[in-house]
Design a protein around this ligand. Structure first.
Ligand code: CO
Length: 210
């Protein structure tokens, strides 16, 4: 059997299992999705949003990229965000990083990775903005953990800087923004930062004509 054929085989078995458990599973989901959550996570294969949160198809709208970044010029992220907030009307947005993130680790190094350098520049900027807090930690592994946490916090704040989130906060008192970090070693998610709808943000970034 070829490597990829295992996936197709497993898929058939999974579909069969779902139908046995709930004959209407697919017909119900095919009609519409009404997820309460938007998940912005790292692309790392060890951090599958639904598996680690015990959620089912239809429950989480997902966007993943290297190091779970919210980059204000990223048309892909912004499209997902706008659709989730304005059409799906999600109640919560979760930025979920993870300890041992290779993307953040690479950004801390001085090694060139080619085109990924441009993406990791955003993480380097987070490091620069928070250098004192991160460099206060002597142990190298713990310093990486700290930057991973700080990066999640910055990405939550980046969400609040968008007119998409500010408009929804003003008109609909949602979504609630969460910053979490997942532990590869124990499977536990640690909440580290949150911004409930309406949280005051740095006035530099507020829009007064929304
Ligand atoms: Co990662």
């Amino acid at each position: 059997m070829k490597l990829y054929e295992r996936l197709l085989l497993e898929n058939k078995a999974w579909a069969q299992e779902q139908l046995e458990e709930d004959p209407k599973f697919f017909s119900r989901l095919a009609d519409l999705q009404t997820p309460d959550f938007l998940w912005i996570g790292c692309s790392d294969s060890r951090v599958p949003a639904d598996r680690i949160t015990g959620t089912q198809p239809g429950e989480i709208f997902v966007h993943r990229n290297i190091a779970n970044m919210v980059v204000h010029t990223d048309l892909n992220l912004l499209s997902v965000l706008q659709y989730a907030v304005e059409v799906l009307k999600v109640k919560h947005i979760i930025i979920c990083g993870h300890y041992g993130c290779g993307g953040v680790k690479a950004a801390m190094s001085h090694h060139s990775y080619g085109i990924i350098n441009k993406w990791l520049r955003n993480v380097k900027d987070v490091y620069r903005f928070n250098k004192e807090e991160v460099d206060a930690i002597e142990d190298e592994d713990k310093r990486l953990d700290k930057l991973i946490e700080v990066n999640v916090r910055e990405q939550v704040m980046n969400l609040a800087k968008t007119s998409i989130v500010q408009t929804a906060w003003k008109n609909d008192n949602r979504p609630h923004l969460h910053g979490w970090v997942y532990g590869l070693e124990n499977g536990i998610i640690k909440p580290i930062f949150e911004m409930p709808a309406g949280t005051e943000i740095d006035p530099f970034y507020t829009y007064d004509n929304l």
